[in-house]
Design a protein around this ligand. Structure first.
Ligand SMILES: Cc1ncc(COP(=O)(O)O)c(C=O)c1O
Length: 498
């Protein structure tokens, strides 16, 4: 019955977009689209005409006429006494929903010939999908909402007669104008304690982590990450020969085990624990800072999406809690602007800055100075903060819509309680007996991109929780409803078959 209510919601949203023709004809188009999109799967039962008419507040005849037309075109079949069902075989030319599903090359199919041991291990742990766009890819902002024209104009102005310094390799940790703009922004918006010399621009958080782990650790050193945590960090650190110890998290954030080996680096996401969403409490912040000092470790604060908190002001950074805290702060424009920009930054302790800059120059020979200069102008003119403010409003609405869908069709208790504060995704809790990776795979083949929560846990022990990460920021409400419907069907099919 829930599926039927969801179909009615889908039709109610689609119907106003069908401008011409009789009502039954428009209804026909909506249902046909739901079938083509895979929202109504082959062999699934349609609601009785009387029920659908009631839900849509239209006459029963309107629904009967629409059903007749659907049957004439082969979309559905009616059986006396058994109701109306979506046909098993929808004509090929009607189907388009799955055309955009990109096939990923299975890891096993990659030839390991001549790859190093660590590369083979690394490739075996790769989890990302080639196209990270569409419902419900976690953590992706709505890249279409960025004021591209405005930014392009700034870039064009700078690029018309570029100075030579902008066209050669960048050095000293990136463009000076951007470092200055960021320094001001971070002090005000994120309570970071820094001067401009402590800022280093990189081409993504992955690069920052790679550089830090090579600069501050030797092969065989121990490092801590959160469990669950961003699996890429684990992969980069392992690739660099470090021994990764995953530390549990609870509703107050990371909660290190008493017997964990002394770490060189402690990777945390204090504002919004990734992926569950807890905020690192003040007590834990102080404890972690004390522990890092005692153990002569650096905390690496990955502040990836803290700008997006929807109730109250963003939490201040851990780095700014104390003067000269043993913290390296990481930020990125991937969530506030768009991931393809590949601009991110670190705020590092003063004594480390010259060494890290030198290493960055030698290892990576960075560039993109014109983009960095344009970004500086964009920030200085107030456009960056204005864009974040506008996105916060948009994402709050989308998030609320997703919460309502979950509450209405799956139950409020399925939203992970840690994930209610902030960020660009929600975590849907699933029962422990459910195979969340299998569901994510099935959903992918139905055109829905979700990530299984168990993937984020350390592979050294069975994941203590199952669930799905649902990104909402880049999904407008009508698309979200369709996608949610398909996901709901995958969940129903999975529980039916298991
Ligand atoms: C926790 C976390 N940190 C960092 C990043 C990546 O940032 P960047 O695009 O700057 O490499 C991501 C990307 O999704 C993330 O989830």
């Amino acid at each position: 019955m829930l599926q039927h209510t969801l179909l009615a919601d889908y039709i109610q949203q689609k119907l106003p977009q069908q401008h011409s023709g009789a009502l039954y004809h428009r209804l026909f188009h909506c249902i046909a689209e739901a079938i083509r999109e895979g929202i109504m799967l082959p062999k699934s039962k349609l609601p009785a005409s009387r029920d659908l008419a009631l839900q849509l507040s239209v006459s029963r005849n309107t629904v009967l006429n629409a059903y007749q037309q659907l049957e004439a075109q082969g979309y559905i079949q009616g059986f006396t006494g058994r109701g109306t069902w979506v046909s098993e075989q929808i004509p090929d030319n009607y189907l388009n929903a799955k055309a955009h599903v990109v096939q990923q090359v299975p890891v096993a199919a990659v030839s390991h010939h001549r790859l190093s041991q660590r590369a083979q291990q690394f490739i075996g742990n790769v989890n990302h999908r080639p196209i990270q766009w569409g419902a419900f890819v976690p953590g992706v902002p709505d890249v279409t909402e960025f004021p591209h024209q405005l930014f392009n104009k700034i870039q064009a102005r700078i690029g018309q007669v570029p100075d030579t310094a902008s066209l050669i390799y960048s050095h000293h940790g990136g463009n000076a104008e951007l470092k200055r703009s960021l320094c001001e922004y971070l002090q005000v918006a994120r309570s970071v304690r820094c001067d401009v010399n402590q800022i280093i621009i990189t081409e993504g958080t992955h690069q920052s982590i790679d550089l830090l782990s090579r600069a501050l650790c030797d092969v065989g050193d121990s490092v801590w990450i959160e469990d669950p945590g961003y699996w890429v960090i684990r992969n980069i650190l392992t690739m660099n020969g470090l021994v990764v110890h995953a530390q549990p998290v609870d509703e107050q954030g990371i909660c290190p085990k008493a017997d964990a080996p002394k770490p060189k680096l402690i990777f945390v996401t204090p504002s919004h624990q990734y992926p569950l969403g807890a905020h690192l409490s003040l007590k834990r912040r102080r404890e972690l800072l004390d522990l890092a000092r005692q153990q002569q470790a650096f905390i690496v604060e990955d502040d990836y999406d803290s700008e997006f908190r929807f109730s109250g002001a963003p939490f201040p950074s851990l780095q700014g809690l104390e003067e000269a805290a043993p913290v390296i702060y990481l930020g990125t424009f991937s969530k506030t602007i768009y991931p393809g920009l590949r601009v991110s930054y670190m705020v590092v302790p003063k004594h480390l800055a010259p060494h890290l800059k030198l290493m960055l120059d030698e290892l990576h020979r960075s560039g993109h100075q014109l983009t960095q200069r344009a970004l500086a102008k964009f920030i200085d003119a107030g456009h960056y903060v204005a864009h974040i403010r506008r996105m916060r409003v948009l994402y709050r609405k989308r998030r609320q819509y997703l919460i309502e869908l979950i509450e209405r069709y799956l139950g409020a208790e399925m939203i992970h309680p840690f994930s209610l504060e902030a960020g660009l995704h929600l975590v849907l809790k699933l029962p422990m007996h459910v195979d969340d990776q299998k569901i994510a795979e099935q959903a992918y083949h139905a055109g829905i991109k979700v990530k299984a929560l168990s993937l984020y846990y350390s592979p050294q022990h069975p994941a203590p929780e199952r669930g799905l990460l649902l990104g909402f920021a880049s999904v407008p409400e009508p698309e979200m409803l369709q996608a949610f419907y398909r996901l709901r069907q995958c969940l129903a099919e999975h529980s039916h078959n298991n």
